[in-house]
Design a binder for this molecule. Structure first.
Ligand code: NAP
Length: 378
């Protein structure tokens, strides 16, 4: 395993971090984590040198934190940097901040959170948290030892990112970045700026939640095939990120041993500036194709769920995107009817809009569901 400095913290983190948002589950239910498999997977990752684990209050409906608390027993807790996040959207008072931090420490069975991040900052959350004194809360929690390092994860425009970076003495920031999202949200300019300020950069959604590796469009595969070195799409996705010195660790949401083994193997070559100019040209070409074809920027993070009407929002967007990605509406329609129940389909959306405020990609969910329904159900 290769390690990199994490900003100015003095900590060295494994270049591959474990994201605990997509853990193995039972019966296809997000809140029902497969405990035994997760335990094996996470402990194996740690045994192989992974030393950064990221979770958050809402992941797997709160079960991710609770399960990690169990999984990290028997000495594993001491081997890792454990990160979790304040659920920004739930905070209405300063007391709420202390309440959630205490609850999370209990769930994770730890006296100290190594990295405590303000979750999914967007303009309205940031303004609300600031007005409630979140920076003083962080100062206090560091001073009394409940947390070791501070940070935030981010999902908004770059100007806000700069503003937040300049507002506090952050240790780390966590940003969505991958070979498609070069200039999206914080983007490469935000990452470089944070790094220049001594703030450790943690990347999330390196494979766009799996979209860059599951069912790669033929046109993209043809571009990868032009490379003199054969690499899987996962290898391209991770090598592209590790090529950048300003990125300290890349979180991957691995839920099988195959994925973990592959990512560990890819990590052996994850050195900065290790891709050639020709290889970086191929990445640019792939990005161009994805930008032409991606209809909805959904990463299936599931923050919008559950829908009060039972609509499977990420599932609808998955088939809508695949219709455009592969230019095959008929096949996507078959999946739409075959794999989504009647209740889960877009036409069941009552346009209440309860899902929209929390979407990290700020998708017009109501409008897009109308489009999905028109495309598949006409
Ligand atoms: N703070 C925030 O706002 C926020 C938002 C999103 C994520 N995060 C954090 O960042 C972490 C990483 O994001 P992510 O889970 O979206 O990561 P990701 O790596 O982009 O996506 C994970 C998915 O990629 C696929 N995958 C991973 N390795 C693979 C391999 N070698 N071969 C084939 N497929 C592979 C799997 O898809 P399948 O399961 O479909 O096979 C896996 O579920 C999360 O787990 C979470 O901890 C934070």
């Amino acid at each position: 395993m290769l390690y990199r400095e994490l900003g100015s913290t003095g900590e060295k983190v494994s270049i591959l971090g474990f994201g605990a948002m997509r853990l193995p589950t039972l019966d296809g239910q997000d809140a029902k984590i497969d405990f035994e498999k997760t335990k094996e997977l996470v402990r194996y990752a740690v045994d192989c040198g992974v030393n950064y684990i990221d979770t958050a209050h809402p992941y797997h409906s709160g079960e991710s934190e609770r399960v990690l608390g169990e999984v990290l027993k028997d000495g594993y807790r001491e081997k890792v940097h454990l990160a979790t996040k304040l659920p920004s959207w739930k905070i209405q008072t300063r007391e709420d901040m202390d309440f959630y931090l205490e609850e999370q420490m209990k769930r994770l069975q730890t006296d100290q959170i190594d990295f405590y991040l303000l979750h999914s900052l967007k303009k309205d959350y940031w303004e609300n948290l600031s007005s409630l004194g979140v920076l003083e809360f962080l100062d206090d929690a560091v001073a009394d030892g409940r947390i070791k390092y501070t940070g935030f994860s981010f999902h908004d425009e770059i100007d806000l990112f700069f503003e937040i970076i300049d507002s506090y003495n952050w240790d780390v920031c966590q940003v969505q970045y991958n070979l498609v999202d070069e200039n999206y949200q914080a983007g490469i300019d935000g990452i470089r700026y944070a790094s220049s300020q001594g703030i450790g950069v943690i990347v999330m959604e390196p494979m766009r939640g799996g979209a860059l590796v599951n069912e790669v469009p033929r046109e993209v595969q043809e571009i990868w095939d032009e490379a003199p070195v054969r690499r899987t799409p996962a290898e391209w996705a991770l090598r592209f990120l590790w090529d950048k010195k300003c990125i300290s660790t890349v979180l991957s949401g691995m839920n099988t041993f195959e994925q973990l083994e592959e990512n560990l193997k890819i990590g052996e070559a994850g050195l900065p500036d290790s891709l050639t100019d020709d290889e970086l040209d191929l990445v640019r070409e792939v990005r161009r194709v994805y930008h032409q074809r991606m209809k909805v920027l959904c990463t299936e993070c599931g923050y919008c769920m559950p829908c009060p009407d039972g609509v499977n929002i990420p599932g609808n967007f998955r088939y809508f995107n695949s219709a455009h990605m592969y230019g095959d509406v008929e096949n996507a329609r078959m999946n739409y009817y075959g794999l989504l129940t009647e209740k889960e389909r877009a036409s069941n959306c009552t346009q209440c809009g309860e899902c929209e405020w929390i979407c990290p990609q700020m998708i017009d969910i109501k409008g897009t569901l109308r489009e999905v329904s028109k495309t598949f159900e006409k």
